[in-house]
Design a protein around this ligand. Structure first.
Ligand SMILES: [Mg+2]
Length: 124
């Protein structure tokens, strides 16, 4: 099995820090960080993560575009991607699934147990 790699893609520093802290307490995960979609593609291509947590609204390249780009590659066409959606934006969820995300969770994340379950399900 070995340690699973999770790539967190999020432009907001506070959200990133909280996610990092929470993910580390969830299990033996190696966490990588990207602050926009373009960076995510570069890091993911090199490090081949086992799962991606993808914010949608980001500068440079947003999460929808980055997800679509990943889905066009051979190695990432089935890579588990969980989108971080904005609670107020109802069609974010639909657009995330349309772009190829496997699942989504609304920000701010109130219950990290739900995120943990989603991660564990997708990494199985
Ligand atoms: Mg954002």
């Amino acid at each position: 099995m070995g340690t699973k790699k999770i790539l967190v893609v999020e432009d907001n520093e506070d959200t990133r820090e909280i996610l990092l802290y929470r993910l580390k307490s969830m299990g033996d995960y190696e966490i990588q960080i990207a602050t926009n979609g373009k960076e995510a593609l570069e890091i993911a291509t090199k490090s081949k993560p086992d799962l991606v947590i993808m914010d949608l609204k980001m500068p440079v390249m947003d999460g929808w575009e980055a997800t679509r780009a990943l889905r066009q590659t051979n190695w990432a066409k089935d890579l588990p991607i969980i989108a971080l959606t904005a609670q107020a934006m109802e069609n974010d969820e639909e657009k995330a699934l349309d772009a190829g995300c496997n699942d989504y969770i609304a920000k701010p994340i109130m219950d990290y147990t739900i995120l943990r379950r989603k991660i564990e399900k997708l990494l199985r």
